[in-house]
Ligand binder design. Structure first.
Ligand code: SF4
Length: 248
């Protein structure tokens, strides 16, 4: 059963929890599992942020007798290293992973009409590809859930500066929790190192934000963290549709 509509009581409860929390990300996840239990799911591209979220969720969920549920969108264009990172984390931590792939019929028609790499040709074709490979599968991944967890951080992009810890995803009809919202990239990397968690080796080769292989490239340490994603587009347009909000 989904939450159905936004309840201000949940926002107030989370605000109260976080106001006195020494570890905000862990407290936010503890609140989520305490409130929604097994109806929580975690979106993961197996970035360093997502790996930290999953490790924290394993601790938070266990306190409520819940086994964390994680999903990944296997677009068909991911790096092999991303699949390897997912496998390595499954060997290390105890969680369920559900894999969602694009519907084959519309994807076959799209690729047949526009070719193998249509995303470089126009914003419309890029969004068409993301729609088929990411956005539509996301809808299926979120069906029946009450809250989804992301690894979004405010400092990642111009499009993420005004995020909140708890949001209402009206498009999918459930809550969205961003527990790492205020963390820096350095804090995320420190958490990975302290716990010796396996992660995608591309993240040490300049791929500071990793998506599909043809739409991700290495960047320098001074670049905006999302500069390597859809680098041929304007920064304010560099989202794939997974995290768009009505106000965005
Ligand atoms: S990131 Fe690139 S390859 Fe992946 S779904 Fe979007 S346009 Fe297609």
């Amino acid at each position: 059963m989904t939450a159905g509509s936004f309840d201000i009581a949940h926002q107030r409860a989370l605000d109260s929890v976080l106001a006195g929390a020494a570890d905000v990300p862990l407290a936010a996840l503890d609140w989520a599992y305490g409130t929604f239990g097994a109806q929580v799911t975690i979106a993961s591209s197996f970035s360093i942020e997502d790996i930290v979220v999953i490790a924290l969720a394993c601790r938070a969920a266990a306190a409520h007798g819940v086994r964390p549920h994680v999903f990944m969108l296997d677009t068909g264009r991911l790096h092999q290293e991303t699949h390897d990172a997912a496998a390595a984390l499954m060997d290390r931590l105890d969680f369920d992973l559900a894999v969602f792939a694009p519907n084959h019929a519309p994807l076959e028609a799209f690729a047949t009409e526009f070719g193998p790499n249509p995303f470089y040709r126009s914003p419309e074709l890029r969004h068409g590809c993301c729609g088929l490979r990411k956005v539509e599968p996301l809808g299926r991944a979120l069906a029946g859930r009450a809250l989804w967890v992301t690894g979004l951080r405010r400092a990642q992009a111009a499009t993420r500066r005004d995020l909140a810890h708890l949001e209402w995803d009206g498009g999918h009809g459930l809550y969205k929790l961003n527990p790492l919202l205020e963390l820096s990239e350095g804090a995320v990397r420190a958490a990975i190192q302290q716990q010796e968690l396996p992660y995608n080796p591309l993240q040490d080769q300049g791929f500071r934000s990793i998506g599909c292989a043809p739409c991700t490239r290495a960047i320098g340490p001074e670049d905006d963290i999302r500069a390597g994603r859809w680098w041929w587009e304007e920064p304010e347009h560099r989202e794939c549709g997974l995290h768009l909000r009505p106000s965005a």
